[in-house]
Ligand binder design. Structure first.
Ligand SMILES: Nc1ncnc2c1ncn2[C@@H]1O[C@H](COP(=O)(O)OP(=O)(O)OP(=O)(O)O)[C@@H](O)[C@H]1O
Length: 223
């Protein structure tokens, strides 16, 4: 059984076709990079796989269950409980400390504050963030903030981590450090990862690469 899968997904924004029959299947624990030119449909495909967007036609399957037919509320619960997210600009909550940001998914799932913070803290040592627990996002470097965002994406032990250009706002060395941590943590946790990037050297960290062109997915020749 695949962890997450799109089958022949078609989606248009008004008159603009974004996906024109896109299919991709990701195995449990696999890290797949979605590559492709700007505007080819990468983010739209990731948003469909993550249950954020609903395809016009086609199917999305998670863990053996079809999820595109679920209600908005059911998809929202699925995202909260089973999926993790890391975006290009981290999107930390500026009013919260780093450790509160990491604890956020647990708090939103109903964990008590002390328990959530206790689960958040080990991630700081794990991701090289020791001593930064009480900082706010404005007091972190871009790479530190993105590692906090990665910890937040993984703290609730999601089945699938969705990462949309997670290194896009970082310089190349910092970006590679974040990718290294993402891949190491995901493999340790057995987390499936769907990664969107347009950078070949970031995609090279994945177990497998696919290319989206004109709203369709092609296997990368030679991969
Ligand atoms: N919310 C939206 N409303 C209208 N059109 C959209 C919307 N989101 C995406 N599109 C269009 O859908 C197509 C696919 O966009 P998408 O963002 O998925 O591409 P992408 O491959 O992720 O691009 P990039 O690498 O530039 O981020 C593009 O033509 C884009 O302009």
């Amino acid at each position: 059984m695949t962890a997450i899968e799109a089958r022949d997904v078609v989606l248009s924004f008004g008159e603009t076709p974004a996906l024109r029959g896109a299919s991709v299947a990701v195995d449990p624990g696999e890290i797949v990079a979605i590559m492709g030119p700007s505007g080819s449909g990468k983010s739209t495909l990731l948003h469909c796989l993550a249950g954020i967007l609903v395809p016009d036609t086609g199917e999305i399957h998670f863990d053996g269950h079809r999820i595109d037919t679920l209600s908005e509320q059911e998809r929202s619960m699925l995202r909260r409980d089973r999926f993790g997210f890391v975006f290009q600009f981290g999107q930390l909550v500026p009013e919260l400390t780093a450790e509160e940001n990491v604890a956020l998914p647990l708090l939103l799932s109903g964990a008590r504050r002390a328990a959530a913070l206790a689960e958040a803290r080990p991630w700081f040592a794990r991701l090289g963030l020791d001593g930064l627990e009480r900082r706010r996002s404005g007091e972190l470097s871009g790479g530190q903030a993105q590692r906090v965002a990665l910890a937040r994406g993984l703290v609730a032990r999601p089945k699938v981590l969705f990462a949309d250009e997670p290194t896009g706002a970082l310089d190349s060395l910092t970006g590679e450090q974040v990718m290294d941590l993402l891949v190491t943590s995901a493999h340790e946790e057995g987390t499936t990862v769907v990664l969107v990037t347009h950078e070949a050297r970031i995609a090279a960290y994945a177990d497998r690469q696919v290319i989206v062109r004109d709203g369709k997915v092609n296997a990368l020749v030679g991969a």
